[in-house]
Design a protein around this ligand. Structure first.
Ligand SMILES: Nc1ncnc2c1ncn2[C@@H]1O[C@H](COP(=O)(O)OP(=O)(O)OP(=O)(O)O)[C@@H](O)[C@H]1O
Length: 277
């Protein structure tokens, strides 16, 4: 049984926009999955099916083997936390602290547990200093962190992040990458995210889905996806600069191991240099 599975999922918005067609998507426990695709490819629409915000026009969405129903939707929203692309769609309480407490309170947890979860989420996101602030007066990146903290405080099994780095400064992106990478190892959490920032994908994902016009056009490991130059170009994407550079060195006959992340590339280039000495 998979943690999340969609079978031939299709979705048509009112007004007859066919946003998804025959999408087969699988997420396992403690995995890191990137969904990439151009604007309008269907990423957000797919994500909204993972916790029952949207219902399939046809096909199925199974969470731990069960279809989303009126009876289990509360339970499913508890285990699949979705952070929207625009944090304003998610933040509505008068203070950051109250906003983060809202989800756990709705789960019926006692006051002490709620307080503990709020503290933990504030600390994980590095936003303790924003505790008393009015969410609507925060910057875009600060709001994004508050929205993520609010979902994390529910302690979901799956964290779904729609464009998590949009609007973050470079340090914010780096700390988000570091933070997201701790979740599968430390908490057994699955992270599914969309991004237009292909450079980030090898740093935070093991497997990648490529979407184009509502369809999944490729799926595989980071290494399998980022050799598909033609497909990526056709779908208005690109190969990240690190594998692009290493591949071009190898094509020129340089004896260097292939690498996808900054850390692996650094090791591969150091090894290649040592071998030459
Ligand atoms: N509420 C809606 N009503 C009608 N059509 C919609 C609605 N929301 C999205 N769409 C359409 O569905 C398609 C998929 O949109 P979606 O937001 O899922 O794409 P996306 O891959 O997340 O795009 P982006 O990278 O721009 O966020 C697009 O053609 C979009 O115009």
């Amino acid at each position: 049984m998979h943690l999340i599975e969609t079978r031939n999922l299709s979705y048509v918005y009112r007004g007859s926009v066919a946003a998804l067609s025959n999408v087969n998507f699988i997420a396992e426990r403690a995995s890191r999955i990137a969904v990439i695709g151009a604007n309008g490819a269907g990423k957000s629409t797919l994500f909204k099916h993972f916790n029952g915000i949207l219902k399939p026009t046809s096909g199925e969405v199974l969470i731990r083997g069960e279809a989303v129903t009126r009876e289990n939707i509360r339970e499913i929203r508890k285990s699949v936390g979705l952070v929207f692309q625009n944090p304003d769609d998610q933040i509505f309480s008068p203070t950051v602290e109250q906003d983060i407490a809202f989800g756990p309170m709705n789960l019926g947890l006692d006051e002490e547990t709620v307080a503990h979860r709020v503290d933990a989420a504030l600390s994980l996101l590095g936003i303790e200093h924003l505790r008393e602030r009015v969410p609507h007066h925060l910057s875009g990146g600060e709001k994004k962190r508050v929205a993520i903290a609010g979902v994390l405080a529910m302690e979901p099994q799956v964290l779904v992040l729609d464009e998590p780095t949009a609007g973050l400064d470079p340090q914010g992106v780096a700390s988000l990458v570091e933070f997201v990478n701790t979740l599968p190892q430390k908490y057994g959490m699955t992270v599914i995210f969309s991004t237009h920032h292909v450079e980030l994908v090898p740093e935070i994902a093991d497997s990648v889905y490529v979407m184009d016009q509502g369809e999944i056009v490729a799926q595989g490991s980071v290494a399998e996806i980022f050799v598909k130059d033609d497909l990526l170009a056709r779908t208005r994407l690109d190969v990240p600069v690190i594998p692009k550079l290493l591949r071009s060195l190898r094509d020129d006959g340089v004896d260097v191991e292939m690498a996808y992340t900054f850390g692996d590339a650094r090791r591969a280039l150091t090894d290649a240099y040592e071998r030459r000495r």
